[in-house]
Design a protein around this ligand. Structure first.
Ligand code: GLN
Length: 474
């Protein structure tokens, strides 16, 4: 199918139309959504009227924007005014937000056509989309396997050619990991680059919205459209959107890139082989490669599973049966709160709330949450030291290719380990991209991860583009 870049060119020039692109998208969704369970809600009417207005504006000679007429899938943890927004949780069933996330407004301003809300792990807690209260999403490349998570629906929408691009959120790996498992480009931007206003909070110090696409150029166009300061998010960087598209073909000549031992140790041999081939490709393109060990990376998972649940336990306190979605009536308010939360949250969300509440409780705070914050500071320092010597880091995105349904659901630790290579970036607030490179078991795609300091998105896309070219993708 066409890239987002091509769709926008065709719509703007009159060679194509937003309405015909949307009908194509709706046709694929109608044909495949039942099997794959990608979209929880398709906003046919809203998308049709957005597409019609874009075509009308083009007809009047207006420049509609860099995503003119491009259908896009939205992870269902981003608010869109009047559209059901569930976070894949029973507790939000039936809730329609009275406002839109800044990202939605920016997409509309760039000419994109949001077509609907995609499935995710409940409240974005998971790595396989299996914790969704509305059923798992299937990987379009192999429907017996997971698409990854938590943004599994957004990744599957693009992998199934329903849309050319999608937005997801990444707290510990939830864009990069499903991108890797579905053969896509996925980026976690620097913390603060994309507004979180209207993103339903999981762990506020880690959450970031970012792009999914089939290629680097589309991911760069999308990120450029949604990035930039937003006064509605106090953690938003006080800067205009970075220039990304203009630098996609900058290459890596003269760059120093470190292969990090801790970002391949424990990965399947076919995954390691892809990373090694990627290193050779970067060398061939003029980069200098060094090898590095960053032992702090081994502490990332432990720190993350204290910090993220601690923040989640606080953020999710607002679902009390009074303000949003589900209410289970009982004799008094406390009993109603308890009954609502008992019925509304799934097992993984309850596990996180308990972990987080424990980590923050009097007597344990210093030993758990406090320690985790110290580890986080060490992680930030370790990244800083590495970037004194090199421009970027490279490793695997995930330890394995897409795994089978149910293979990790009975063992939370096995599931958490899916994110062992992605979590350090979130703790540091830096940027990282996953780009498909080579294949592994059952001919499924492998994701190679490139990591950079805060605001290195342009360099990361340029390096990812080098790998794309080396793989013969245009
Ligand atoms: N899999 C990780 C978790 O369950 C990361 C999720 C995410 O990035 N939203 O917390």
């Amino acid at each position: 199918m066409k890239t987002a870049h091509q769709i926008a060119i065709d719509v703007q020039s009159g060679a194509g139309s937003a309405e015909s692109e949307l009908e194509r998208t709706l046709g694929v969704i109608a044909a495949r959504n039942e099997e794959l369970n990608v979209f929880l809600h398709v906003d046919e009417d809203g998308a049709r009227s957005a597409a019609a207005s874009i075509d009308a504006r083009v007809a009047k000679g207006e420049n509609v924007g860099p995503l003119a007429g491009v259908p896009i899938a939205i992870k269902d943890n981003m608010c869109q005014r009047g559209i059901p927004t569930t976070c894949s949780s029973r507790i939000l069933e039936g809730w329609r937000p009275p406002y839109s996330a800044t990202v939605i407004d920016r997409l509309l301003a760039a000419g994109a056509v949001p077509v609907g809300k995609t499935n995710l792990d409940e409240f974005a807690m998971g790595s396989s989309t299996e914790t969704s209260a509305f059923g798992a999403t299937r990987n379009p490349l192999d429907p017996t396997r997971v698409p990854g998570g938590s943004s599994g629906g957004s990744a599957a929408a693009v992998a199934a050619d329903m849309t050319s691009i999608a937005v997801g959120s990444d707290t510990g790996g939830s864009i990069r990991q499903p991108a890797a498992l579905c053969g896509l480009v996925g980026m976690k931007p620097s913390y603060g680059l994309v507004s979180r206003y209207g993103l339903i909070a999981f762990a506020s110090s880690l959450d970031q919205i970012g792009p999914f696409a089939k290629n680097v150029m589309d991911a760069a166009i999308l990120l450029e459209a949604i990035a930039g300061h937003d006064p509605m998010d106090s953690t938003s960087l006080p800067e205009p959107p970075p220039s990304l598209v203009a630098h996609v073909n900058d290459g890596v000549a003269g760059k120093r890139i470190a292969l990090v031992r801790e970002l391949v140790d424990g990965a399947d041999p076919d995954v390691v082989a892809s990373v090694e081939r990627a290193v050779e490709a970067l060398k061939d393109a003029g980069a200098t490669i060094v090898e590095l060990s960053i032992p702090e990376f081994r502490l990332g998972l432990s720190a993350y599973y204290l910090i993220a649940p601690a923040e989640a336990s606080s953020n999710l306190a607002r679902y009390d049966g009074v303000r949003y979605g589900l209410r289970v009536d009982a004799d008094d308010v406390a009993a109603m709160n308890e009954a609502t939360r008992t019925a509304g949250f799934g097992a993984e969300v309850k596990r996180r709330i308990m972990l987080g509440t424990y980590a923050l409780s009097a007597g344990y705070y210093d030993a758990y949450y406090g320690q985790a914050l110290k580890v986080r500071t060490q992680m930030i320092e370790a990244f800083k030291r590495a970037y004194l010597d090199v421009d970027l880091l490279i490793g695997a995105t995930t330890p394995s290719v897409a795994f089978e349904f149910g293979s990790k659901t009975s063992d939370p630790m096995a599931m958490y380990l899916s994110d062992v290579f992605t979590i350090p970036t979130n703790l540091a607030g830096d940027a990282a991209v996953s780009v498909p490179f080579g294949s592994g078991e059952a001919d499924l795609p492998v994701g190679v991860q490139l990591l950079g300091p805060g605001r290195s998105e342009a360099q990361l896309f340029a390096a990812a583009r080098v790998l794309e070219i080396a793989e013969g993708r245009s």
